[in-house]
Design a protein around this ligand. Structure first.
Ligand code: NAI
Ligand code: 13P
Length: 338
């Protein structure tokens, strides 16, 4: 809206929409923000998307399929004159299917516009909402296999405090955004247990190694993880008390049960569900993800944090292997070792 685009904000709760319309604020989420006058607010999805060139899903992962299905069922949506760009800013993996967000969106919306390929863009990177609304400098990535669609999102969002890059590796970008939340839970747990900066750096670095390992196995470009949606988002989430995932981990480290932590949060802690999905994917693809496994043991199996950390540190000794593709190409290592 500050970039002079017409913006309609949709929420599924009528009372929430009415309160925001009257107060021009969203106090349970971002206390300090006053909405620009130009933003329309509604709980009517049809009204929200009627003439939209871009439809941005910014929902907890668990709600994406449901809202996309509602969108697909809207009267007149499929007879629009022009195809909208579908954008999302969510960071997770669907439970059960293990789909990335763009795969869920494509699954629900992909066939409803016959003969037209739906442009889907993931907007992802180090970006705490609390700082964006204060106009703190932020740089993130618009990722899509459709570069033109990514450039449109870049044009719409870029301004003096918000710099958007483009990236064609949507697989790598979406996986980076989802998986860093698992490592952020771990960083919070370490902080809750009063571990120091060495432990934090070890976790972030080895966390990046296993994110890259799984990403590469799932078709991502390993170099994407050196970018904003990789190391950038990992650092911002795993080192910041703004992060809900870090906060949840901190409370677990202080002794609260993971179930109680999740129940007491009024906002989404994506890393909890993502840990379960990622653990299952890693098992299925036989990719070694020791930190993810450790977090899984804590949140899904109720194992004691101290014991899990001890087990992590007592594993077999290993080499530090990065940039696997080039090392594989040069015959330094075998594919399996990475
Ligand atoms: N908050 C942040 O700084 C950032 C969040 N994200 C990602 O964006 C996504 C959303 O995050 P937040 O906005 O922080 O989450 P949130 O927990 O604040 O919820 C966002 C909105 O979704 C609505 N919602 C929940 N369930 C719904 C349903 N079944 N149907 C329709 N609406 C529903 C809530 O009422 C709320 O208005 C997450 O995947 C998160 O990882 C990404 C970057 C930064
Ligand atoms: O993704 C985020 C910042 O880029 C926000 O992380 P949390 O969901 O942990 O708050």
């Amino acid at each position: 809206a500050e970039n002079e685009h017409n913006v309609t904000l949709w929420t599924h709760k009528t009372s929430h929409a009415q309160n925001m319309q009257t107060s021009r604020q969203n106090p349970d989420y971002l206390k300090q923000l006053v909405f620009p006058d130009s933003i329309k607010i509604t709980s009517d999805l049809g009204e929200a998307v009627r003439d939209a060139d871009v439809i941005a899903f910014v929902l907890p992962t668990r709600a994406i399929r449901q809202v996309a299905t509602e969108l697909a069922g809207l009267n007149g949506f499929t007879s629009r004159n022009h195809l909208p760009i579908i954008m999302h800013a969510s960071k997770g993996l669907e439970q059960g299917s293990h789909y990335r967000i763009s795969e869920v969106l494509l699954d629900v919306l992909g066939d409803i516009f016959p003969d037209k390929e739906l442009p889907i863009v993931a907007l992802s990177g180090p970006s705490h909402a609390e700082e964006v609304v204060n106009h703190d400098i932020t740089a993130i990535t618009a990722a899509s296999s459709n570069l033109q669609a990514a450039q449109t999102i870049q044009d719409i969002f870029t301004n003096h405090y918000f710099r958007v890059y483009t990236n064609k590796d949507i697989v790598g970008v979406e996986l980076g955004g989802a998986l860093k939340n698992i490592i952020a839970l771990g960083a919070g747990i370490l902080a809750g247990l009063s571990y120091g900066d060495n432990a934090k750096a070890a976790l972030i670095t080895r966390g990046l190694a296993e994110i890259t390992r799984l990403g590469r196995r799932m078709g991502a470009d390993p170099m994407t993880y050196l970018g904003l949606s990789g190391v950038g988002d990992l650092v911002v989430t795993a080192t910041s008390p703004h992060s809900r995932n870090w906060q949840a981990g901190y409370q677990i480290g202080q002794g609260k049960s993971p179930q109680a932590v999740e129940a007491d949060m009024n906002m989404v802690v994506e890393g909890m569900a993502t840990t379960l999905a990622c653990y299952e994917i890693a098992q299925e693809l036989e990719v070694d993800m020791p930190i993810t496994r450790a977090i899984y043991q804590v949140i899904a199996q109720g194992q004691a944090v101290d014991q899990v950390i001890n087990d992590l540190m007592q594993r077999d000794k290993k080499g530090e292997i990065y940039f696997a593709q080039s090392q594989i190409d040069q015959g330094f290592i075998h594919d399996k070792e990475y």
